[in-house]
Design a protein around this ligand. Structure first.
Ligand SMILES: Nc1ncnc2c1ncn2[C@@H]1O[C@H](COP(=O)(O)OP(=O)(O)O)[C@@H](O)[C@H]1O
Ligand SMILES: [Mg+2]
Length: 257
């Protein structure tokens, strides 16, 4: 993947309607390679929809999203957006890992089998190679001893760390996290946030939708407030949380403190 103007992700004026309901009203955002962007904002403001448009779980209807210089989901024919065929969309999605609030593991497979599935099926890796990568990833997320356990036997935090390892096994250029700790107990939230912070330090480019303000402040390079389908304001974390550079941000932060 090649970048345009140093940005791995470049969203320009992205609009998305569900029927008559316009949920993204012109979102523009850039994420530099190696950068961590946190998105905060009230429920229903379009955060999940925006992430889902980046990896084409939803299609946007207007604007442009480029990842690594490649227009996501469409071909630009003289300014007209023509949807890509499904196999091209699948190929684009391969480079983008996503971790959801709910863990989305395959319940009938062990943790190891969960992780090697896509690398073998999609990337054509041999089992020995896929397993070696998977074991290294499990080590990294602190789950080596759970390789042969079924997801049901794991705590929520362990399941989420397994889901992160599974996403990383595809060697993505970009990781998207949609409220990865919202379904977790306070005790296990920390262990998942530590894994994400470690990934940030390793240079992974990430967009993290989160309610964890301390995490957003400590780990992000930039923080964005999304409200009503738009970017309300964005800044580096110090400025963002200290100066609270918009009235809506002040109001939002007041609701969660
Ligand atoms: N699949 C869908 N069909 C119809 N409306 C949807 C769908 N997904 C989300 N929406 C609507 O889009 C808006 C934004 O939702 P969402 O992106 O989930 O917000 P957030 O993640 O910020 O809470 C909400 O009004 C929601 O009801
Ligand atoms: Mg959401």
């Amino acid at each position: 993947m090649t970048d345009v103007d140093g940005a791995l992700v470049r969203a320009e004026n992205v609009h998305k309607w569900f029927g008559q309901n316009e949920v993204l009203k012109g979102v523009s955002l850039h994420v530099g390679r190696g950068e961590v962007l946190s998105i905060i904002g009230p429920s229903g403001s379009g955060k999940s929809t925006f992430l889902r448009c980046i990896n084409q779980l939803e299609t946007y209807q207007k604007g442009r999203i480029h990842v690594g210089g490649e227009l996501i989901g469409f071909e630009d024919r003289g300014g007209r957006l023509v949807p890509l065929p499904n196999r091209r969309i699948v190929a684009q999605r391969r480079n983008i890992g996503m971790v959801f609030q709910q863990f989305n593991l395959f319940w009938h497979m062990t943790v190891l089998e969960n992780i090697i599935e896509a690398p073998m099926l999609v990337l054509g890796q041999r089992r020995v190679e896929a397993e070696a990568t998977a074991m290294a990833l499990l080590e990294r997320v602190g789950l080596s001893e759970k390789a042969h356990a079924y997801p049901m036997k794991l705590s929520g935090g362990q399941q989420q760390r397994a889901a992160i390892a599974r996403a990383l096994a595809m060697k993505p250029d970009l990781m998207l996290f949609d409220e990865p700790t919202s379904a977790l107990d306070p005790e296990t939230t920390g262990e998942v946030l530590n894994v994400i912070a470690d990934l940030a330090r390793s240079g992974m480019t990430m967009i993290v939708v989160t309610h964890e303000m301390a995490f957003a402040r400590q780990v992000s390079d930039r923080v964005v407030l999304m409200e009503d389908g738009k970017v309300d304001c964005e800044a580096d974390p110090e400025t963002f949380f200290r100066d609270q550079p918009s009235a809506r941000l002040k109001a939002f932060l007041a609701t969660i403190h």
